[in-house]
Design a binder for this molecule. Structure first.
Ligand SMILES: Nc1ncnc2c1ncn2[C@@H]1O[C@H](COP(=O)(O)OP(=O)(O)OP(=O)(O)O)[C@@H](O)[C@H]1O
Ligand SMILES: [Mg+2]
Length: 265
């Protein structure tokens, strides 16, 4: 099942243009097998510095598993994963991978509900200190600025002293993105970030991701095609653990196999 190569190299009018950049992530021939079930098969994928890549595909295609591999949560049976052109992710623990600048947002928001919005950001900023030590540690002026800037970016300035548990679902999603941003990641992995958001929140998330790309590299898994259309530089379609197609959204939308297994339904 090889997609038509020619179709994916042509630049169509109206496609978002971006200069080719060095790869921030190179996955080569990744295989993941769970007790006989092949979740990823010979998966190769490359993401450029500052690129915003969307990964789409039917339920069970392996999208979350792909993020598990990149973050060290799941170890593949074979394959290579190179970050920043020289770091072999296969040799690093999940904590070491996060410290190297790969941040991840899970499908369900996980904020500290009993703490305020600002405290959540402080905690994330201090990373591996204990909760108590983090909240007592005095922030430098620079750190304070970073928190203010992040609150503003996420439109949470007015809620900084509110308990995170009182935020709307969408605001919790924003806060969790903020908790990643204060750690200044190079590569951000976001699994269905717009799930459960209102239309207005989804629209702002799209705007936010466009703002973040360039400065950060992003890999976004999302089912909402309108959202994908607004944000993606390139789109990778996964199906049964394999890359079915890759290119601009227009290109993959025109692909017969993609229509058959994903878009047509
Ligand atoms: N730890 C595991 N043990 C066994 N099977 C697993 C495990 N994790 C994932 N799988 C299986 O691997 C396949 C891919 O799952 P994955 O969660 O990566 O899909 P997905 O593309 O993220 O789907 P969705 O769109 O529903 O989130 C599924 O069939 C799933 O049941
Ligand atoms: Mg998933």
């Amino acid at each position: 099942m090889q997609p038509d190569e020619g179709l994916f190299t042509r630049q169509l009018p109206g496609d978002r243009y971006r200069e080719q950049t060095d790869p921030v992530l190179q996955l080569e021939q990744i295989n993941v097998n769970f007790d006989g079930f092949q979740a990823l098969t010979n998966l190769s994928l490359q993401i450029g510095v500052g690129e915003l890549r969307c990964v789409i595909g039917p339920n069970g295609a392996g999208k979350t598993t792909l993020m598990d591999v990149i973050t060290g949560k799941t170890r593949p049976q074979s394959g290579r994963a190179i970050y920043d052109q020289s770091v072999d992710l296969m040799t690093l623990s999940p904590i070491a991978i996060a410290r190297r600048g790969i941040g991840r947002k899970f499908q369900k928001p996980t904020v500290f509900e009993a703490l305020t919005v600002a405290e959540n950001l402080e905690l994330a900023m201090h990373g591996d200190k204990s909760v108590w030590a983090s909240l007592r540690a005095k922030l430098s002026g620079e750190q304070q600025d970073k928190i203010d800037e992040t609150l503003q970016l996420l439109r949470l300035e007015g809620d900084r002293a509110r308990r995170a548990g009182l935020l709307s679902h969408g605001q919790k999603q924003f806060l969790e993105i903020g908790m990643l941003l204060v750690q200044e990641p190079h590569l951000l992995l976001l699994d269905e970030p717009a799930a459960g958001m209102t239309d207005a929140e989804t629209e702002y998330t799209a705007e936010l991701f466009r703002t973040l790309s360039g400065r950060h590299s992003l890999m976004v898994v999302e089912h909402d095609m309108g959202f994908v259309e607004t944000i993606a530089d390139r789109v990778t379609v996964l199906h049964q653990g394999q890359v079915l197609a890759e290119g601009s959204l227009r290109e993959v939308q025109a692909n017969e196999q993609v229509i058959e297994v994903y878009l047509g339904r």
